[in-house]
Design a protein around this ligand. Structure first.
Ligand code: SAM
Length: 345
């Protein structure tokens, strides 16, 4: 504690404005403190952007229509994220209902838990669980819940994770080449890049993001791998390989997506989740899954179709459901979303 020579406490220093051009992400975006700056948040949303540090839930009305939540039901949000879908579901299942929110990210989970508590959802109504959705059955068993009425999953990464450069998901802001959803497990992207073969990297780019120039890009990345320190180094190598091609940014985005999927074992987690679903759903229970990549959608579609054939499901979405043009316009991050649902026999 600081005290003046005359023993009276020194007045607290006023936080200084750090200049006209703030240098750090958390200084730059007022939206990171939405309570203090609600007008900034409203302005950002109206301009078709997502407030920094927040996440706007996608296909909310389509998911509510598919799940048809009712008071008293037990729901799982397998990918809690910012809690947008969870909050919508909670509003429909109270009174009497309960939602279990899973997320593999130990950094964002407590923030979302606090946000939902602040929104009025007490522990008897909302439980946050740090878990991979691949272990859904185990998470429910720990809570002594045999099966639930509703399950939603919204795959991938949230805006908050992209918006924190230190997580390594963003190619726009410099950060470590990490990309782990759970930074205390597995290996960061830098380790993967340090030892992967060119052939394997090309396959990974093709399978995880349909990258048409996979071989060329894999070769360029590995040629420069000793100089890849930060996310922006990787982005620069990919851009340089594209020689000013108009698609360069899309290619950078695809490379980051493919690496992130590999670093987090996202495809195998999805497969385990799809296998676990029938046993975790009550008879007539419903599941809705939002995907953002053809590899994910293919797996969901096949699993639901197979479930119809074997009688595990009684109904599935005939076609994939897409966000409306209006939603894509107001939230461009929704553009590649695809929704499918199924109802348990
Ligand atoms: C697109 S966000 C979900 C956003 C959320 N629906 C909302 O409205 O705020 C995806 C979330 O799923 C989490 N996630 C990704 N893979 C996961 C997995 N295998 N198990 C559990 N959570 C996962 C990510 O950490 C991220 O928070």
């Amino acid at each position: 504690m600081n005290e003046d020579a005359n023993n009276s406490p020194r007045p607290k220093r006023r936080a200084r404005y750090s200049g006209k051009n703030p240098r750090r992400f958390d200084q730059k975006y007022k939206e990171l403190d939405p309570g203090k700056h609600p007008e900034t948040v409203a302005k950002v949303i109206a301009s078709g952007k997502t407030p920094a540090g927040a996440h706007r839930p996608i296909c909310v009305s389509e998911i509510l229509e598919a799940l048809d939540p009712k008071p008293g039901q037990i729901a799982v949000d397998a990918t809690l994220g910012y809690g947008g879908h969870a909050e919508e579901l909670l509003r429909h299942i109270v009174p009497g209902g309960r939602l279990i929110g899973l997320d593999v990210d130990p950094l964002e989970l407590p923030r979302s838990e606090a946000r939902l508590r602040h929104a009025g959802f007490a522990p008897d109504v909302f439980t946050a669980v740090h878990s991979n959705f691949a272990a859904l059955a185990k998470a429910l068993a720990t809570l002594e819940i045999p099966a639930v009425d509703l399950i939603v999953a919204d795959l991938g990464v949230s805006s908050m994770q992209f918006d924190r450069p230190e997580r390594g998901f963003s190619f726009k802001q410099a950060g470590p080449l990490d990309m782990r959803l759970n930074p205390s497990r597995g290996e960061p992207a830098s380790s993967l890049l340090a030892k992967i073969s060119e052939e394997k990297l090309a396959t990974l780019l093709e399978e995880n993001s349909d990258e048409p120039r996979a071989a060329q890009i894999a070769q360029a990345i590995l040629k420069h791998r000793s100089s890849l320190r930060q996310t922006t180094d990787l982005a620069r190598v990919v851009r340089d390989t594209m020689h000013g091609n108009a698609d360069a940014e899309t290619t950078v985005r695809r490379v980051f997506q493919a690496l992130r999927i590999a670093v987090n074992g996202e495809m195998s987690a999805l497969e385990a989740f799809l296998r676990a679903l029938p046993a975790c759903l009550q008879p007539s229970g419903r599941v809705a899954i939002l995907t953002f990549h053809s590899g994910e959608d293919r797996r969901v579609k096949k699993s639901f179709k197979d479930g119809m054939t074997t009688g595990v499901y009684v109904a599935i979405s005939e076609d994939v459901i897409r966000p409306t043009a209006q939603e894509i316009h107001s939230n461009p991050r929704s553009a590649s979303a695809k929704l499918r649902w199924a109802i348990r026999a």
